[in-house]
Design a protein around this ligand. Structure first.
Ligand code: TYD
Ligand code: MG
Length: 486
């Protein structure tokens, strides 16, 4: 942080302290009695109707439960002036960029997901289900940053400093530059930030921190949004990188990370289900890097461990020569990952047969089943179809189309697909097979894991440049695919 900016932050904090002792200026007198001037207002999130009190149903648009507390414009003006006394417009050619601004954490799965390291002054939201390991992950990250001499403040509204220390011992985090603070009031926390001037701040979790200026409960949409906006200001003015932890909640009463996605720089989601030890960190928004990057971790007794070669673990428990199983090289951000897709086709007892999926979009499966029936002559109208991506990973790219078609046909015909084969490509409604991006990278990853045969679109073969050490077969329609595979 630049010296004059620091001074201004400090002075604004000191100003705040003085103001607490002074007669507040947001009061009006009425008949000799002081009344607080309205500083907050409730606004319908659907139509913008404003009301001085919370209302269950909006008189403007009739929507239920849409009112959120917000600061009035008067309060906003005060706050803006206090926080930005030195921020001025700068000419673009005068703006200096420091060299190598990113700070690497050394946890390469995390760095890659962030787009190459932590950007100073950025606000990063890490969302995930409760208990998935967000606190553990972020503690490991800041521990490494602190070891590199970046002073870090870990603010927890959920746990006491003793509890954080217990977790820190488990993952052997003991850097002298790592400061812990247990607190929930934003104004207090900002005073403490001024005292120790950290370079990195963690707020765990955003739903537990509240600001004095709103009367609604911590975790409500108004609070979460306001606290995030203030932290965003702090990050931008001071150059401190801030990590926010947000619990994904099913209930509407506590605001989830979704309401914050637009106001932060980077959004990472930490996913995985309880039964699998694997955790996937996925970037869904990144102002400073590519999105859809993933980092794979495994939860151990002493914290999270990086998984350097995710394809291996996703294929680890693949069973031998059974029907309804195929391996597909998928792109996750810039990295190819091999996953197994399983299908089970069986007689249905329902009038409308089931299309149940785990890890892929059920609508896509319905569509592909229809294409397979019409163009491939495989009648699935009285069959239930179940599709599962092994390993608990979710895939959302058209390259899996051909895989889904072949594994469904394999289960229907009860004929296994050769074990050494990978299949990928997009399928159109007329049954044509189209090429997908990064064909070469996908094939190379498959070669690395010992696959010796691949089925891809005919067009993709033409654009392959380098030598691929495997048999590459091109198909142009799903009829051709079925002939080659079975
Ligand atoms: P936690 O980071 O507290 O989750 P979150 O902050 O997302 O709510 O960790 C949750 C789980 O991780 C908890 O059930 C215990 C487990 N865990 C381990 O298995 N190994 C460890 O080293 C640590 C610290 C936690
Ligand atoms: Mg936690």
């Amino acid at each position: 942080m630049m010296a004059d900016e620091r001074k201004c932050l400090l002075s604004s904090a000191q100003l705040n302290k003085h103001e607490k002792h002074k007669k507040p200026n947001n009061t009006v007198t009425h008949g000799g009695i002081e009344l607080a001037r309205q500083k907050t207002i409730f606004v319908c999130q659907n139509c913008g109707y404003k009301a001085p009190k919370w209302l269950g149903r909006c008189p403007g648009c009739g929507v239920w439960n849409s009112f959120v507390e917000e600061l009035t414009e008067i309060a906003h003006q005060d706050r803006g002036r206090r926080q930005h006394p030195l921020v001025r417009p700068q000419r673009i050619d005068k703006v200096a960029i420091e060299k190598e601004v990113r700070q690497k954490t050394g946890l390469s799965e995390f760095d890659r997901t962030l787009g190459g390291g932590v950007v100073p002054g950025s606000l990063v939201l890490i969302g995930g289900d409760p208990g998935i390991g967000k606190s553990t992950l972020i503690l490991q990250v800041v521990q490494r940053l602190a070891k590199r001499g970046l002073r870090t403040l870990y603010i927890s509204g959920e746990e006491s400093v003793q509890q954080i220390k217990m977790r820190a011992e488990r993952i052997s985090a003991d850097s002298s530059e790592l400061y812990l603070l247990s607190g929930t009031c934003l104004e207090d926390v900002i005073d403490r930030i001024d005292e120790i001037s950290p370079r990195i701040i963690v707020v765990d979790s955003i739903q537990t921190i509240f600001t004095d200026s709103l009367s609604s409960a911590p975790g409500s949409i108004g609070q979460v949004r306001e606290v995030t906006n203030r932290l965003m200001n702090l990050a931008k003015v001071s150059g401190i990188a801030i990590f926010l932890i947000g619990h994904v909640t099913k209930d509407g009463a506590i605001a989830g990370p979704k309401v914050l996605e637009h106001s932060v720089d980077t959004v990472l989601y930490f996913e995985g289900d309880g039964s699998h030890m694997y955790r996937i960190l996925r970037s869904v928004k990144n102002r400073y890097g590519p999105t859809n990057e993933i980092g794979v971790f495994e939860m151990m007794d002493n914290g999270l461990e990086e998984v350097g070669n995710p394809s291996r673990i996703f294929l680890e428990e693949r069973s031998m020569d059974v029907s309804g199983s195929v391996v597909i090289p998928c792109m996750e951000g810039s990295r190819p990952i091999l996953v197994e897709i399983q299908a089970l086709v069986c007689d249905s007892s329902l009038a409308i047969p089931r299309r149940t999926t785990i890890g892929v979009d059920p609508n896509r499966v319905s569509l592909l089943a229809a294409v397979l029936a019409k163009r491939g002559g495989v009648n699935l109208s009285d069959k239930d179809i179940f599709i599962n991506v092994a390993g608990g990973i979710k895939i959302d790219e058209p390259a899996i189309d051909l895989g889904i078609i072949s594994t469904t046909a394999s289960s229907f015909l009860n004929k296994p697909i050769a074990r050494n084969t990978v299949i990928f490509g997009e399928v159109g409604l007329s049954g044509e097979v189209r090429g997908v991006s990064q064909t070469e990278l996908r094939l190379k990853e498959a070669v690395k894991l010992g696959f010796s045969r691949s089925l891809i679109s005919k067009k993709s073969i033409k654009i392959l440049k380098g030598k691929i050490d495997m048999e590459v077969i091109g198909v142009s329609s799903i009829q051709e695919l079925l002939e080659v595979v079975f």
